[in-house]
Structure formats: structure tokens, C-alpha cells
Design a protein around this ligand. Sequence first.
Ligand SMILES: *[C@@H]1O[C@H](CO)[C@@H](O)[C@H](O)[C@H]1NC(C)=O
Length: 194
Amino acid sequence: MDPRWNAACLNMTTALLLLSALLLGHANGTNCPDAQALLDAANAYRANHTARALTWSSALAQQATSYAAVLAAQQCALVHSSTGGESLYTLASYPKPDATCKRAIDAWYTEVKLYDFAAASPCAVNCNRPVGHFVQLVWRASTAVGCGVGQADVPMPRMPGGVGGCKVIVCYFKPGFQMNDAAYKANVGVPALG
Ligand SMILES: *[C@@H]1O[C@H](CO)[C@@H](O)[C@H](O)[C@H]1NC(C)=O
């Protein structure tokens, strides 16, 4: 092949790659600026419950980022879509919150204190408790996660300027957790690290 043609091809490929990076935004599919810290935190919690590390899914992150924008437009409403493995976190504050996402993982994990690890029928006991985010976070069978964030202004008449902000963080875990005793027994591990 003519080397000049080869070079032209390479340039074209480079241009296309640059263009797709611009169109798709971040290659990891998320708009969370701290996606790596979020993933590391999730995997540290999982290790304590003898669950393997999750890998990041840019496809799930894109899906999460899209749904976060939908909820943000409703002042960060906490409304689940019909998608499985979905965890939501919302916060409103003055001044406006930043775009970071890791705090959702930490907040979800705090539900661990309401989980009864000694129950012989773990779902019968725990499935009625507000521990679903914790269960999803440490679910052994889950292998991938992707998250995104949406932000919006919120009227706060008593604050200077009258405007605060909200953010809603969405994560999709795949596969999602299942609500039955056998699945809970197999997938929710007792804390293993002091
Ligand atoms: C493991 O989880 C338990 C229960 O949440 C906690 O008390 C303990 O500190 C954790 N260990 C580590 C190393 O994070």
C-alpha cells in the first residue's frame, strides 16, 4: 500500500476517534467527576462482604446519566424507573451541591446497621426493611456498575439569592438483586473484615 495513503488513513482514524470522544463525552460514559473514587469505595465495601469487585460499565453509566437528567428536571425527584438494579440518591442544599457521586455509595452502605445477618430467613426478615441499597451494593452476583448525576436549581426563598440546588445520583448494578431467601443467603455476606 502507498505509505502516503496509509498515513492519510491513520489521520482519518485519529480524527474519527477524536470526534466520537467529543460526541460521547467521557469514554467511561459518566458525568460523575469522581467515578473512580466511587468504584473504589463500592469495591472496598464489597470486599468486606466477600463480594468480588465490580467493573465499570460505560453503557450502564450512560443510561444512569440519562435518567439522572430526567429526575433532575423534576427537582431531583426520587422516582424509580422500571429498570432493575437501580439505586437512587438525592440531596438538596444551599449552597448548591457539587457534582461528585461517591457520597451515594457511602450513604447506601449506612443501611448495613439495619440488616439482620443472623436471620435464618434473610429475605423474610430484611426484605421489608430499608436496606435495599446496601443489599444491592454488596450483592455477590452483581458484576458491573455505572453511575451518573443530574443537577438542578431549587428555589430557596429564605436563602441569599433565593436559589439553592439539588443533585440526584443514579447507579445501575448488573445483574440486580433478587428478593427471595435463597438469593439473599447466597449473595449477602456477613462482614468479614474486623
Ligand atoms: C466491615 O463491615 C462492618 C459492618 O459494617 C464494619 O463494622 C467494619 O468496620 C468493616 N470493616 C472494614 C475493614 O471496613
